[in-house]
Design a protein around this ligand. Structure first.
Ligand SMILES: *Cc1c(COP(=O)(O)O)cnc(C)c1O
Length: 390
C-alpha cells in the first residue's frame, strides 16, 4: 500500500528517525538538567549526554570531540565560520572565495562582509556544477583568508572534490570551510584526509531534529581562531554562548551514529532507487535532462528538467508527491533558481526543473508510483502546450 503524500523532498528536511526520538525523550523529562550545572547529578547527567553526542559526531567526521561547537543549525554555523574567520584574521588579509551555487547562509554572510570592507570572489561552477580547481587556484591571492565551498549542493546534489580543494588551500596557506549539511551521514567525510578547517552541519538533514547543528573548528595544523558572534556564559569553549540544547544534541549524536553505521548499505540502496527513478522517467519521456553532474552527486538526489513543462504546473498535478522546484516565487513573480542559473541552464529549462530528494524512509514501490504519476502528468501537460515550445 502506498501512503500519500509521498515525501520526495529529503534535501529540504528529513523526518526524525524514531530511534533518534527515543534517545531524546528522557532528556525532556527525567534528565532535564542544564549541562552547565556543576553542582548536582542532573547537571552531570546532561553534560555526560552532551559529551557522548559530541564524541559520536566527532567520530563521524574524523575529528577530535573538542573541535565540535554545537550551534542552532547550519545557518548559524555558516555565519560563525565566515564572519568569525574574517573578523579574527582581518589584519592578515581581506579576501574570501566562495561559489555562486552556495546556500544563502553563505552568500548573505559574504554580502555582509563585503559591506564591511572585505572582498569576495563568487566562483561560477562549470555547467556540471563542479568548481574548476585551476580557476580556484588562480583566484587565491596573498590577501585570501578563507575559501568556502560546500560539499554537496542542496538543489542539484553535486559533490565537490573537497579533498582536492582542501589540499590546494593548505598548500597556499588559506583556511578552508565547507558547508557539509547535505553530505554528513550520506557520504564519507574525513576532516584530516580532506584537509578541512571548518565544516557546517545541521541535524535535520540526517534524520535528526530541527534547530540543532554544529561547526567543526580545527584545533591543530593550523589552529583556527574565530571572532565570537554570540557573547554570554562562555559555553562551547567560548565559541558559542547559550544554554545547550541537550535534547537536540543527544538526537544529533544518535542521528550521526545511525548514519555512520548504515551508510554503505543506505548509499547503495538510495543510488539504486535514484537511478531507477531516473531511468524510468527518461525511458518513458523525451527531452528530460539532468541538472548537475550525472554521477558525482548525493545518492538520493535527482534534479531533472522536463522541457516544455513548467515545474509549478507539474507539481500541481503531482499533489500527492512532496517535491521541490527549481524556481522561487518573489513577490508573485516566478524566477529561476540562482543555482540553476549559475550552472548556465537557460531560464526555460530552469523553470522546468524538479528536485527529487529520496531518503531513508522511501521505498521502491514509491519510486514506481512516482514514475507512473510523473509520466502521466508530463504527457498531459505537453499535450496542452503547443508544439515547438519545447
Ligand atoms: C539546510 C541547509 C542549510 C541551513 O540549515 P538550517 O538548519 O536551516 O540552519 C545550510 N546549508 C545547506 C547546504 C543546507 O542544505
Amino acid at each position: 500500500m502506498i501512503r500519500t503524500p509521498i515525501y520526495f523532498d529529503n534535501n529540504a528536511t528529513t523526518p526524525t528517525d524514531p530511534r533518534v526520538v527515543e534517545a531524546m525523550l528522557p532528556y525532556f523529562t527525567e534528565r532535564f538538567g542544564n549541562a552547565a550545572s556543576r553542582t548536582h547529578k542532573l547537571g552531570w547527567e546532561a553534560e555526560a549526554a552532551v559529551e557522548n553526542a559530541r564524541a559520536l559526531l566527532a567520530r563521524a567526521i574524523g575529528a577530535d570531540p573538542t573541535e565540535i561547537v554545537f550551534t542552532s543549525g547550519a545557518t548559524e554555523s555558516d555565519n560563525l565560520a565566515l564572519k568569525g574567520v574574517a573578523e579574527a584574521y582581518a589584519g592578515k588579509g581581506s579576501h574570501l572565495i566562495t561559489a555562486q551555487t552556495e546556500h544563502k547562509a553563505i552568500l548573505d554572510s559574504c554580502k555582509h562582509l563585503e559591506k564591511r570592507g572585505f572582498r569576495v570572489t563568487y566562483l561560477k561552477p562549470r555547467p556540471d556544477g563542479l568548481i574548476d580547481l585551476e580557476e580556484l587556484a588562480d583566484t587565491i591571492t596573498e590577501q585570501t583568508l578563507l575559501v568556502s565551498i560546500m560539499h554537496a549542493n542542496n538543489e542539484i546534489g553535486v559533490l565537490q572534490d573537497v579533498a582536492a580543494i582542501g589540499h590546494l588551500c593548505h598548500e597556499q596557506g588559506v583556511l578552508f570551510h565547507t558547508d557539509a549539511s547535505q553530505s554528513l551521514g550520506k557520504v564519507p567525510i574525513d576532516v584530516q584526509k580532506m584537509q578541512i578547517d571548518l565544516a557546517s552541519f545541521t541535524a535535520h538533514k540526517l534524520y535528526g531534529p530541527k534547530g540543532i547543528g554544529a561547526l567543526y573548528v580545527r584545533r591543530r595544523d593550523p589552529q583556527v581562531r574565530l571572532a565570537i558572534q554570540m557573547d554570554g556564559g562562555g559555553h562551547e569553549r567560548g565559541f558559542r554562548s547559550g544554554t545547550l540544547n541537550v535534547t537536540g544534541i543527544v538526537g544529533f549524536g544518535k542521528a550521526a551514529q545511525i548514519c555512520q553505521e548504515e551508510m554503505e548499505t543506505e548509499r547503495r540502496r538510495l543510488t539504486f532507487l535514484r537511478d531507477k527513478l531516473k531511468n524510468g522517467l527518461r525511458s518513458a519521456l523525451s527531452d528530460v535532462t539532468i541538472n548537475g553532474h550525472e554521477t558525482q552527486r548525493l545518492p538520493g538526489n535527482l534534479n531533472l528538467s522536463f522541457a516544455g513543462v513548467e515545474s509549478d504546473s507539474l507539481m500541481a498535478r503531482l499533489s500527492d508527491v512532496a517535491l521541490s522546484s527549481g524556481s522561487a516565487c518573489n513577490s508573485g513573480e516566478v524566477t529561476p533558481s540562482y543555482v540553476l542559473k549559475a550552472i548556465s541552464l537557460p531560464d526555460a529549462l530552469a523553470l522546468s526543473a524538479v528536485r527529487f530528494g529520496l531518503g531513508r524512509f522511501n521505498t521502491e514501490e514509491e519510486v514506481d508510483y512516482v514514475i507512473g504519476r510523473c509520466v502521466e502528468a508530463v504527457n498531459g501537460l505537453r499535450e496542452l502546450s503547443p508544439l515547438g515550445e519545447r
